[in-house]
Design a protein. Structure first.
Length: 201
């Protein structure tokens, strides 16, 4: 992702440009580890960052090399997974990912051959993995440049504040898509600024 080109393009749109002037965006390095990050994201659902980190680290300690190999993960019973602080549901979801990974070799898959929509359709087949989760992987694991998670609460709140939006539900999402159109093909970068601005403004 060419961040300099993205920033130059986004500054042409006055509203996101104002946001970009207000916050500094830290660099990040995409992990490219879809399988591992998918497990991490499931553990993190509906938890604070601090609690999620503690539980995920405990989960990793269940494995001899601190890596949740799919063939090992599927052999654990639910109680063993619950012992590190996971719910029944999350334990099942983690094993769903492991089974899917064994079937489709997620650890060695060439994601660069797949479009964003292809990856969303592919991974959201896994019970426990929704569109939002895959969008986060596209943005932060693969650094895809033009992802726009219209269902994300933080993006909804940020854009409502930036643009003074009063719409809700489907009307809000349609308006957001319309307003973010000038941000293409760098909507991922714009969203990172919106998140950070919302949390600091």
């Amino acid at each position: 992702m060419n961040l300099a080109v993205a920033i130059e393009h986004l500054h042409k749109e006055p509203n996101i440009s104002r946001v970009m002037h207000a916050v500094k965006m830290p660099d990040f390095t995409p992990s490219q580890r879809i399988y591992f990050d998918l497990l991490d994201s499931i553990v993190s659902q509906q938890l604070s960052v601090k609690v999620a980190t503690v539980i995920f680290n405990r989960f990793l300690l269940l494995f001899p090399d601190k890596y949740p190999h799919p063939d090992q993960l599927i052999t654990f019973d639910t109680e063993h997974l619950r012992s590190v602080g996971l719910s029944n549901q999350k334990a099942n979801y983690l094993q769903n990912v492991a089974h899917f990974s064994m079937q489709y070799d997620l650890e060695n898959k060439n994601w660069h051959e797949m479009s964003d929509n292809d990856i969303i359709q592919f991974l959201s087949q896994i019970k426990g993995v929704g569109v939002w989760t895959v969008e986060m992987l596209l943005m932060f694991s693969l650094a895809r440049p033009d992802v726009f998670p219209v269902g994300d609460l933080g993006i909804q709140q940020g854009m409502a504040k930036i643009f003074g939006l009063q719409e809700t539900g489907k009307d809000l999402k349609n308006k957001m898509l319309e307003l973010a159109e000038p941000w293409r093909p760098w909507r991922t970068v714009a969203c990172r600024y919106v998140w950070r601005w919302k949390d600091t403004s």
